[in-house]
Design a protein around this ligand. Structure first.
Ligand SMILES: [Zn+2]
Length: 143
């Protein structure tokens, strides 16, 4: 199983998966795990997917109704040889998904001096998050 499928993004304050602060630290922590909160990971990914014309199955992309676990958007892949080629799309957790998103939307990626003294793992995560938030803004501006 790829590492990207084992990561889950949680709010560092309340620990909820659907809290908007989990996907964007500029958004306030709501202390809530209610689905459909503005700015939640799910909504951010939906907007990013819209911007890049990523096709996914919404009915299979929702957070788990009981546990709240959310792994990403369930990709629709045409012409697949078998069911095993299906997978989740989550550029917040998967560097490959994030890079493809940046290239497809021509989002310039530049790491900065402010990353000095920050672990590589955190630099990767911050870069993925920046790409996804930029893509979500593009998706938000689309009709
Ligand atoms: Zn929170």
């Amino acid at each position: 199983m790829p590492l990207s499928m084992t990561k889950m993004i949680l709010c560092p304050v309340c620990g909820n998966k659907r809290c908007p602060h989990a996907s964007d630290h500029d958004l306030p922590c709501t202390g809530s795990n209610e689905p459909g909160q503005a700015g939640s990971v799910y909504q951010i990914l939906e907007l990013a997917a819209k911007a890049a014309a990523i096709e996914y199955d919404p009915s299979r992309s929702k957070p788990h109704p009981v546990s709240g676990a959310f792994w990403g958007l369930w990709l629709v892949i045409h012409g697949e040889p078998n069911e095993h080629t299906r997978r989740y799309w989550n550029p917040l957790a998967d560097a490959g998904d994030a890079l493809r998103l940046a290239v497809k939307l021509r989002i310039p990626v530049q790491t900065d001096i402010c990353f000095k003294d920050v672990s590589l793992e955190k630099q990767y995560a911050a870069t993925r998050r920046a790409i996804v938030l930029a893509a979500a803004e593009i998706g938000k501006a689309m009709p």
